[in-house]
Design a protein around this ligand. Structure first.
Ligand SMILES: [Zn+2]
Length: 226
């Protein structure tokens, strides 16, 4: 009888414990100093040994946080939009190369610049949690390339904005919706604040538009949930 009860409990957990989106992508987080070799060879872009050492020592913290928080971010994005991430494995390469974080939708991979999270690189390092959200941001680019927004009235409204701003409006609105749904207003605050310091001012402008009113982001979310 007890065995049957255990089996029933297991079946119940299978049925009710999982989200309806059972195929979240597997994100393989990796830091490999040898992969950074090519970018560190040209003069002027060395990667210091102390950065590598700190990165290696903090990689487990990133992986732990991704496992506890990252999957919730993906599941919430799917629940809010009603659309799925691709189910195949996506490689997330942590890097100390002097290049911005980037997504490669056709190749199922993203790179995350970790320099600014290192205390050995800057005294004003950003949190590892912020970098987990950077990974989420890059994965959202892959998500949106799979679910492009057709005939967006909001993009028409902002036709004169720079392409890089326009490319981020729906993305940041969904990121905001996800963090609010997960009751993470402080994380959202850090994301907006740090993004707004990034070169070029594109993220700053995009966040300004998405945050124009309390409910502005919901208009973008509604377009991408169609
Ligand atoms: Zn981006």
């Amino acid at each position: 009888m007890r065995v049957i009860r255990h089996v029933l409990l297991f079946v119940a957990l299978l049925g009710f414990g999982c989200s309806p989106h059972a195929t979240l992508p597997r994100i393989k987080v990796e830091y490999s100093p040898s992969e950074d070799l090519a970018c560190s060879l040209p003069p002027g872009s060395p990667i210091k040994e102390e950065w590598k050492a700190e990165m290696l020592s903090r990689e487990p913290e990133f992986v732990r946080l991704w496992q506890s928080e990252g999957l919730k971010l993906l599941a919430a994005a799917e629940a809010i939009s009603g659309k799925d991430f691709p189910s195949q494995e996506i490689k997330a390469r942590l890097t100390l190369c002097n290049a911005p974080s980037e997504s490669f939708p056709g190749e199922d991979r993203v790179t995350i610049n970790m320099r600014y999270a290192l205390k050995s690189f800057t005294p004003e390092a950003v949190s590892i949690r912020y970098k987990v959200d950077t990974l989420f941001h890059e994965l959202l680019h892959i998500f949106l390339s799979r679910h492009p927004i057709e005939n967006s009235a909001l993009l028409k409204e902002h036709a004169t904005e720079d392409e890089r701003v326009r490319d981020h409006l729906h993305l940041l609105a969904l990121q905001k919706a996800v963090l609010l749904r997960l009751d993470e207003p402080d994380v959202l605050k850090e994301v907006v604040a740090v993004d707004s310091t990034l070169p070029g001012g594109y993220y700053k402008r995009a966040w300004e538009l998405v945050n124009a009113t309390d409910k502005e982001y919901l208009k973008y979310v509604a377009e991408l949930s169609k």
